[in-house]
Design a protein around this ligand. Structure first.
Ligand SMILES: [Fe+2]
Ligand SMILES: [Fe+2]
Length: 287
């Protein structure tokens, strides 16, 4: 299948629509939480940010959809916009049901430069999802929340995975249509957008640190979540979870490759580093 062809467009749009899941956030099997689980959920400091991000995502995708004339792309994008709006609804239902402290902030103005915003948003989702895959695995392993609750988030993670697969195919298709697809250009474009996404993520981390100062995630909660945390293992989890989740998609479609390749290189370097440091005492004694 030639990237940028009509066959490519039909394949990634059809796949996106065929993997749609119907559900209503209000009727999901929300579990009754005991006091300890409820406290853990309430001390997570980023629900307000997640709520805002999903509402903003819905608004950006909906506004971008309006600018697209190709009916096949438009229909698939409209579906993504509805899914993002449903994510916001899901978070809203959770906030109300469990009494979480996450007020609704007014949305920023997203009306200008919508093409750029949509691309920033798409690459941002690729970065968030790649790191989210690793964090979500830690959440399952540490049993930070009841499994019924994590199962609900699993639905959301699956949809985000579909979004990023759709996005990288849309990006490659769009660039090819403009005659821009080349082996050298795509990594350069990706690098540019990932740098912007990372900068935004760091800005956000700084802002939430300032906002949450004084009402920090209690030390016990952090240690439960991050007990035995080790950067290399986290990166391995991100990488392997990415491969596992991407394995569910049609092999003909493109999938995000920039971050997995970067992680693969970093992991190889870390393994080499570890092997060398493990060998070091032996070589010292033998010499
Ligand atoms: Fe979302
Ligand atoms: Fe998304």
């Amino acid at each position: 299948m030639k990237i940028g062809s009509q066959e490519h467009r039909d394949a990634f749009c059809r796949h996106f629509e065929q993997t749609y899941t119907e559900y209503d956030p209000h009727t999901l099997p929300w579990p009754e939480l005991d006091e300890a689980a409820l406290q853990r959920l309430r001390t997570v400091p980023f629900w307000a940010e997640v709520f805002y991000t999903e509402r903003r995502a819905g608004a950006i995708v909906a506004a971008f959809t309006e600018t697209v004339s190709d009916p096949v792309l438009k229909e698939a994008l409209a579906l993504q916009g509805r899914e993002e709006a449903r994510h916001a609804d899901l978070i809203r239902v959770m906030i109300d049901k469990y009494g979480l402290d996450a007020p609704e902030r007014p949305l920023e103005d997203i009306s200008d430069n919508i093409d750029r915003r949509f691309k920033d948003f798409g690459f941002g989702e690729c970065l968030d999802s790649f790191l989210g895959f690793g964090l979500f695995k830690i959440a399952w392993q540490s049993e930070f929340l009841p499994k019924e609750m994590l199962q609900i988030f699993e639905t959301l993670m699956y949809e985000e995975t579909r979004h990023i697969v759709f996005f990288v195919n849309w990006m490659a298709y769009t660039e090819a249509q403009r005659g821009w697809l080349s082996r050298t250009l795509l990594p350069v474009t990706s690098f540019h957008y990932y740098t912007r996404a990372l900068r935004r993520m760091m800005g956000l981390a700084q802002r939430s640190k300032e906002m949450n100062d004084g009402k920090n995630f209690a030390a016990t909660q952090v240690s439960m979540f991050l007990d035995g945390f080790n950067f290399r293992r986290f990166l391995e989890d991100c990488y392997s979870e990415n491969s596992r989740r991407m394995g569910a998609f049609d092999p003909e479609l493109l999938r995000p490759s920039f971050l997995p390749q970067l992680a693969e290189t970093a992991l190889k370097a870390l393994r080499l580093w570890n092997t060398r440091s493990n060998l070091a005492p032996d070589s010292a004694t033998s010499s």
